[in-house]
Design a protein around this ligand. Structure first.
Ligand code: ZN
Length: 158
C-alpha cells in the first residue's frame, strides 16, 4: 500500500486536460492501487489521477459498494437533477451546494482494459460527474451555488 500526495486547489495539475490511457502497464496498475489506497485513507468517495499529479484519464470511486476503477471514462447519458452538498479532497475543509444530474450512464475501461458501462443515481451519479470534471481540469467550486462553506470534521468519526 502506498499513499500519494493529494494536490490541492492552486496546483496546476488540477487545471489541465488529462491524456487518454492507451495501455495499462505495471506502472498504471500501481497508480490505480495507490489511488484507491489514497482515497480510502482520506475518506473520499472518489479520486482522479490529476489529484495525485498524474495527468491521465483515470478515476476511482467508492460510494460504499466497493471500488470502481474508470479508465478513459465517457459520460453517455444524464437525466434529472439533484442539488446537494459536495466536497473534494483537493479542496480540504470546504463544501458547497452543487446541482448535478440525478442519473448518469457512462462507459469506461477497467484496470484490465476491459470496456464496461455503468449506470448510477444520486451519490454515484454525482461522483462520476465530479471525477470526470477533474479529467478536464475542472473543480466543483466552479459550480457551487452561493458560498463555499467551511466544513468541520469530526475527528472521532471513522
Ligand atoms: Zn474532487
Amino acid at each position: 500500500m502506498a499513499l500519494r500526495n493529494i494536490r490541492t486547489m492552486g496546483d496546476e495539475c488540477l487545471t489541465k486536460v488529462c491524456k487518454e490511457v492507451n495501455e495499462i502497464n505495471k506502472r498504471t496498475k500501481i497508480l490505480i492501487e495507490d489511488m484507491i489506497d489514497t482515497m480510502y485513507e482520506a475518506n473520499g468517495v472518489g479520486l482522479a489521477a490529476p489529484q495525485v499529479g498524474i495527468l491521465k484519464r483515470i478515476v476511482v470511486i467508492d460510494v460504499g459498494d466497493g471500488p470502481i476503477v474508470m479508465v478513459n471514462p465517457v459520460i453517455l447519458e444524464t437525466s434529472g437533477e439533484q442539488t446537494g452538498d459536495e466536497g473534494c479532497l483537493s479542496v480540504p475543509g470546504k463544501g458547497g451546494t452543487v446541482t448535478r444530474p440525478n442519473y448518469v450512464k457512462a462507459k469506461a475501461f477497467d484496470e484490465n482494459m476491459e470496456e464496461f458501462e455503468i449506470e448510477g443515481t444520486e451519490l454515484l451519479a454525482r461522483a462520476i460527474c465530479h471525477e470526470c470534471d477533474h479529467l478536464d481540469g475542472h473543480l466543483y467550486v466552479e459550480k457551487v451555488e452561493g458560498e463555499l462553506r467551511d466544513v468541520k470534521y469530526d475527528e472521532d468519526e471513522e
